[in-house]
Design a protein around this ligand. Structure first.
Ligand code: MG
Length: 316
């Protein structure tokens, strides 16, 4: 029986909690955020950010989430791995002509995953700065929409939207969210490379969501894998504007999709995975029936059961 410990940020741990949905255990372990059990692995996440994977297949399970892995007893490798990853970036990457890619929607119960790869030529960097392109986490939806409308005519990009129905289908078939994302990023980057040919980027920067080795592991079996000049970094939006632009365009697409879902639902669909989405999903079930759910939500999130419980409570 193996053990793997990861040190993760709380946002990642919350994402995991959603991911394990129905596999969550109703156990109150002191200091823990959640505990979950898959057929081959027991997972316990702690408030400290430590996540413990125990079981025969725990390494595989941990790889889905690892940005850095360490064995218990050894010093956590987080800081080291991060600085090494940053060190791998070519000097001056921020001023290069680059493709950047990022995704949105992975932690949202409602709506798809949207992935965008965007190409920013070095000559266009000042223009994009002028247009207000920067870390999208600092921008509200209104700003995102305004900037996206302008830059979508300026930067070549490719948007991949994994709609809920398809998402649920591949998730049920056993594909991890990490693998879905890797495939979408690779495809979006491929599309942009085709669009801009014969021009070539000096670098391709992916906002890191897994270890590079895991990323390429996920892409085994894909017809074409882009691996030349591919770099990974967390918080890559701050490293190259191409990633910031990709992030803004991905968020714009996600917002538009949520608008479409809201229209179909007849009420405002909330983002995120908090209690408000449970209430909205319950309302949706009461209005339209449970069969509508797969086209609106990511079914494996714990929110599904919570929504159904709310419906049952209302009906009893
Ligand atoms: Mg990202």
């Amino acid at each position: 029986m193996g053990n793997v410990v990861l040190n993760l940020e709380m946002s990642k741990i919350n994402e995991m909690k959603n991911y394990y949905g129905r596999q969550l255990l109703d156990k109150n372990i002191p200091g823990s955020v959640f505990a979950a059990k898959t057929p081959a692995c027991m997972i316990t996440a702690y408030k400290s950010g430590k996540v413990l994977f125990q079981g025969n297949d725990c390494e595989k399970e941990a790889n889905k989430w690892s940005e850095s892995t360490s064995t218990p007893g050894k010093k956590p490798a987080v800081a080291k791995v991060k600085s090494v990853a940053k060190g791998h970036l070519p000097f001056g990457i921020g001023e290069m002509s680059a493709i950047g890619s990022d995704e949105v929607g992975t932690g949202d119960f409602f709506g798809p995953i949207t992935v965008v790869a965007a190409y920013v030529k070095k000559e266009d960097i000042p223009l994009l700065k002028e247009l207000g392109v920067r870390d999208s986490k600092d921008l509200n939806d209104e700003k995102i929409i305004a900037i996206a409308k302008v830059i979508k005519g300026v930067v070549p990009f490719s948007l991949m939207t994994l709609k809920n129905e398809k998402y649920n289908q591949v998730q049920r078939s056993g594909m991890s969210q990490g693998k879905m994302k890797a495939i979408l990023h690779n495809q979006a980057i491929l599309n942009v490379l085709e669009k801009i040919a014969p021009a070539k980027p000096e670098a391709i920067l992916i906002d890191q969501f897994v270890q590079p080795s895991t990323y390429f592991q996920h892409l085994k079996g894909q017809k074409v894998v882009v691996n030349k000049d591919v770099y990974f970094s967390t918080k890559a939006e701050g490293i190259h504007l191409a990633v910031a632009a990709a992030s803004i365009l991905a968020r714009y697409a996600f917002i538009q999709y949520i608008d479409k879902l809201s229209e179909a639902a007849g009420f405002r669909i909330p983002k995120g995975a908090g209690a408000q989405v449970d209430v909205a999903a319950a309302k949706l079930i009461l209005n339209k029936g449970r069969d509508i759910l797969p086209t609106f939500v990511k079914l494996h999130f714990a929110n599904t059961d919570k929504a159904i419980a709310l419906v049952n409570k209302k009906q009893s």
